[in-house]
Design a protein around this ligand. Structure first.
Ligand SMILES: CC(C)(COP(=O)(O)OP(=O)(O)OC[C@H]1O[C@@H](n2cnc3c(N)ncnc32)[C@H](O)[C@@H]1OP(=O)(O)O)[C@@H](O)C(=O)NCCC(=O)NCCS
Length: 190
């Protein structure tokens, strides 16, 4: 009897199933639009925060994420509830660009973790639970350091960093040509 290899891009926790976003699934695109069209989600994201105004932007983002072809442990996951599949938000593990004079910015060589959840999913520990699983998979795959950059005013995101055991390194201009509150976590169990 042959068994299919487990999909390394799917992660499971007590309450969550994390999988890739699917640009061909209209419900995925609707959810992304509903999330990123909200100012309370976007206000701390990017150097010049702006909300999505058209569903086509969400489709383009889902397609761009699929086209990245991220291989585990890297990826941009849809965090969903394991029991009913309802969508909660995104967790990202990716190369982070260094600050610099040219666009697109050059890779820094570092790996960042990030999280963007729908406001209906805030306050349940889902972002921390999903990010912990992504971080653990990253360390299991051999990463030894992961950073997170947050808007200095984004206390909710900084709380997620702390729940993950990340260390606050203060303000930094090292990434994205922006001043961020920088966090890091180093794998020490090897
Ligand atoms: C940053 C963000 C993901 C944080 O979401 P969050 O739900 O507060 O974070 P967590 O998943 O860690 O949940 C923690 C909260 O759930 C509560 N909680 C409830 N049940 C819980 C459980 N079983 N386990 C852990 N926490 C639980 C905690 O008490 C805490 O609530 P509090 O903030 O009122 O103290 C969310 O605010 C967001 O998506 N913001 C918009 C996008 C953004 O800014 N992203 C970051 C860019 S750097």
């Amino acid at each position: 009897m042959s068994s299919r290899p487990a999909d390394a891009a799917v992660l499971r926790t007590d309450r969550l199933l994390l999988r890739r976003w699917d640009p061909a699934d209209p419900a995925d695109v609707d959810f992304l639009f509903d999330t990123y069209s909200r100012w309370e989600v976007q206000r701390f994201i990017g150097r010049v925060p702006r909300v999505m105004e058209h569903r086509d932007e969400a489709l383009a983002r889902a397609q761009a994420w699929a086209d990245r072809g991220d291989e585990p442990p890297y990826g941009i996951w849809a965090a969903t509830r394991a029991d009913d599949g309802s969508r909660l938000g995104s967790v990202l593990l990716k190369s982070i660009p260094a600050s610099g004079p040219t666009e697109p910015l050059e890779p820094s060589g570092d790996t960042e973790i990030g999280w963007h959840f729908h406001p209906d999913a805030w306050g349940h520990g889902y972002a921390s639970e999903g990010a912990a699983a992504v971080l653990a998979a990253g360390f299991a795959a051999g990463l030894d350091r992961v950073v997170a950059v947050t808007n200095p005013k984004n206390l909710a995101s900084q709380a997620v960093c702390r729940r993950l055991g990340m260390t606050a390194l203060g303000l930094s201009d090292a990434y994205y040509n922006a001043t961020c509150a920088l966090f890091e976590i180093i794998e020490t169990s090897k």
